[in-house]
Design a protein around this ligand. Structure first.
Ligand code: FAD
Length: 400
């Protein structure tokens, strides 16, 4: 009998493997990953600099320990280049491997801005432990505090800004919007975050985007912005977003949208191939029979741990013989900005409505009401679990 094969060794792959083992101790599991397959908590990448942790210290279990923990064969440093759906095989750097069921847990790739200049390739992105190790290496080579420019003041950009400034570096965030977290947070909370950064070495360059990166002739970088300014930097970090990794799915002719489209059971358009984690685009409505083909009508990509864990539990049950739909729950996004802790549940993009702000001591609670007066989104500083749950319970999710 061929094994269940999981491509990838990130949080999605290992969560799924652990869940499969809860149902089935015997089946053969094979995990094939392009990276070293060490297990680590990716969210820690944006709060580990202040703690002074190196990449090795972020590894909870190495590949050998994971193989033992989930009783799987793990093939690390082995990129999968293709899927032959008819033959039920994958092509890898180490030959062809057969699968009984296949799961894509290949994650997402950082979006690269098209920047001009001879040093454009020097711009770093951090979406993997190896990227974290590289940035730590570059910081170690700089004497004292580094001048770091972060492109993009979204969730990840703001978290890195806080973390790297707490580690003693000088930060500049560059963003086309007037405030940080503009796509996610109420303006009052974005202003609160900016206020919390006052007195800290975090500058915010609003309404600007990066155009070009050149060498300054003294070992540093020079970044030209759309507002005419030039900023000197030792390191430029891009945090402008992620794009699901679609190469394998495209090659195999699987249906894709922004991500790999899956039905309520996590199945792609090929019945024996599943997908989860940052690469997947989930069906978020509750309708449709188990055999329904994925539809682009009500689907979403989530780059967060909670939906991936929900998907892993359901897919593990389905793979082991108990078809179980993925029931994604509404969750607030918690932002790891210790200087001004935020929890956010943004309203649907483009929805008309108004933010109503309430200030209660140091806490600001912002509620977004649509034209019919329904609560469709919220955000709050100094949050607690009880408050988040209270706000989530009051949400109206609108027409499905
Ligand atoms: C800095 C940062 C901070 C974050 N903070 C939070 C947070 O606070 N809360 C939260 O909920 N989420 C957070 N996230 C998001 C969360 O970490 C991700 O949603 C989650 O880790 C994604 O896991 P994954 O397994 O889907 O993808 P990945 O971790 O990207 O794993 C993909 C795997 O696939 C392998 N792979 C890819 N292509 C191939 C191939 N062709 N052949 C073989 N192997 C391949 C890779 O080597 C890797 O092992 C954060 C993300 C980042 C980057």
């Amino acid at each position: 009998m061929h094994p269940t094969v999981i491509i990838g060794a990130g949080m999605a792959a290992y969560t799924l493997a652990r869940e499969i083992r809860k149902h089935d101790k015997l089946r053969r599991l094979l995990i094939v990953s392009a990276d070293g397959a060490d297990a680590y908590s990716k969210p820690m990448l944006s709060n580990a600099f202040a703690m002074g942790k190196n990449a090795a210290q972020l590894v909870s279990h190495d590949a050998a320990q994971m193989a033992q923990q989930v009783d799987a064969e793990i093939v690390a440093h082995c990129r999968v280049s293709g899927i032959d759906r008819l033959a039920g095989t994958i092509a890898t750097e180490r030959g062809t491997l057969a699968y009984a069921q296949l799961v894509l847990a290949v994650g997402a790739e950082p979006i690269r801005l098209a920047l001009a200049g001879q040093a454009a390739q020097a711009v770093l992105s951090i979406n993997h432990l190896d990227d974290y190790a590289r940035l730590r290496g570059e910081l170690a080579a700089i004497d004292g505090a580094a001048r770091i420019v972060i492109l993009g003041a979204g969730l990840i950009g703001c978290e890195f800004a806080e973390d790297l400034s707490a580690a003693g570096h000088q930060l500049t965030l560059v963003d086309p919007n007037p405030y940080p977290l503009a796509a996610l947070a109420a303006p009052a909370l974005s202003r609160g975050l900016l206020a919390a950064w006052q007195g800290r070495p975090i500058a915010f360059e609003a309404g600007a985007s990066a155009l070009a990166v050149e060498r300054d002739g003294e070992g540093g970088l020079l970044l030209s912005l759309s507002n005419g300014k030039c900023i000197g930097a030792d390191i430029v970090l891009s945090a402008v977003g992620l794009r699901p990794a679609l190469g394998l799915a495209h090659g195999a002719g699987l249906q894709t949208g922004r991500g790999i489209l899956v039905d309520r059971f996590g199945r792609t358009s090929a019945p024996d191939i599943y997908a989860l984690g940052d690469c997947a685009e989930y069906t978020v409505d509750a309708g449709g029979p188990p055999s329904a083909a994925p539809s682009a009508a009500s689907t979403a990509v989530f780059n967060y741990v909670a939906p991936m864990m929900t998907a892993a539990r359901a897919i593990a049950a389905t793979l082991t013989g108990s078809p179980t739909a993925i029931e994604l729950k509404a969750e607030a996004i918690t932002v790891k900005t210790p200087g001004y802790k935020l929890a956010l549940f943004p309203p649907p993009k483009g929805l008309a409505g108004n933010w109503v702000d309430e200030v209660d001591g140091e806490r600001t609670v912002c509620r977004f009401f649509d034209a019919a007066g329904c609560l469709r989104g919220f955000g709050l500083s100094h949050h607690t679990l009880a408050l988040r749950q209270q706000l989530l319970a009051g949400l109206n999710h609108g027409p499905q």
